[in-house]
Design a protein around this ligand. Sequence first.
Ligand code: ATP
Length: 482
Amino acid sequence: MANEINHFQEIISHCKEYGYIFQSSELYDGLSAVYDYGQMGAQLKKNLRDEWWKSMTQMHDNIVGIDAAIFMHPTVWKASGHVDNFSDPMIDNKDSNKRYRVDHLIEAHAETLGKIEADALIAEMDKLLSSDDLAGLKNLIESNKIKCGISKTSNWTDVRQFNLMFSTQIGSVAEEADTIYLRPETAQGIFVNFLNVQKTGRMKIPFGIAQTGKAFRNEIVARQFIFRMREFEQMEMQFFVRPGTQMEWYNYWKDARKKWHESIGIPSEKLRYHDHIKLAHYADAALDIEFEFPFGWKELEGIHSRTDFDLSQHAKFSKKKIQYFDNDLNTEGKPYGNYTPYVLETSVGLDRLFLTVISLAYQEENWTKEDGTEDSRVVMKIPAKIAPIKLAILPLLKKDGLPEIASELMNQCKSKFHCFYEEKDAIGKRYRRMDAIGTPFCVTIDHQTKEDNTVTIRYRDTMIQERINMNDVLNVVSNAIV
Ligand code: ATP
């Protein structure tokens, strides 16, 4: 385990060093569980988002995409159940009246302990949190004699639930302003637009609505880098079907989503299904697609059969009819008529997908060279089609007309895919930097290029180098990234 943790720490440091991910507001010592994507990270994230969007909307003629606002009418969250049920535990000190989130209180205490005791305490806390054992959490606080920082007493209330939604005010005059929430999931923006999209798009059931966008949760256990963040991005698709056909579609999406992860280079043996035993009250089937992260098997994507719960709730709270008129025939030859469609949801966290990709890609390689000396490199083997930069164009020297030829190649390729131009440092050093960033192809322009128009192309994963005609570079790279 220690090895896995070190490996994970190395990935985190690497992400920072090569412009993938920075702690948010690092200049001010950071904001916990919030991260910024740097120049490489933003591009990789966009490539993953684009792949998902294409697979949903372009590759399915019955799925369309929308972009709903983050702010929504507050009643949406009443109808969805988030106001009443979307919560985590907290506790008050009776003497100081100070309120603590249970995990913050226990974590602060853990910092005063030695490493072994602290790890054991945090592990116990995580176990109790994940089983919603509120009495157990209170016992843990009392048995560890954890005190309030203000009253210095252990006179605690029972542990209660704390809502994870961030709220804010809308309206310019404070007294008249309404409380609204930052959305904790993108799904509700789809449900409230069901009729708009169905009618304007003349969509026929079965059909889906896809959306990507930010979601916000005031997470209590916010650790493990971008695995659990307070601001993150979701890619969700709600698929509307006839009641009674939901299991068929559940199985379809279960299979289709796993295959999609494999199509972007995640090996099948690193993915598994985890069926939910305890179902949410609105679901009639649910599972997670789990990935083996460096810290264990964890949820990457959720597939949920949500019945007609969401549309019925919005019909009830908005007092509007949200139904679909199905004029196709059923097997008995009768029209289906009006009904509330059932919903299959696929919901994947873009940041978790990003973490999946980089934890697979990051590799440290050591080997013995022909002359017997040791060599090593850190390489990000990101599949070419999602790598942030596809091609590095490297003139061997900064003179003799080589940069001019390199610029020519750059102009040929840059409208087709992302290229990177570099003329500083020895060529070996430049290759290593491209390995560390994850650039799948490097092309070096040297004096021979001037004579026969050939260049050296170097493949990141094998480090094999070969000479090809400069006119073929565009095709070689284009073919590898489709
Ligand atoms: P978990 O059990 O890990 O808290 P969840 O079951 O609450 O996740 P869902 O509400 O089903 O998650 O959200 C769908 C997807 O959104 C998850 O599979 C995950 O990829 C992503 N996600 C949820 N919460 C976070 C978060 N705090 N940070 C990053 N991604 C998240």
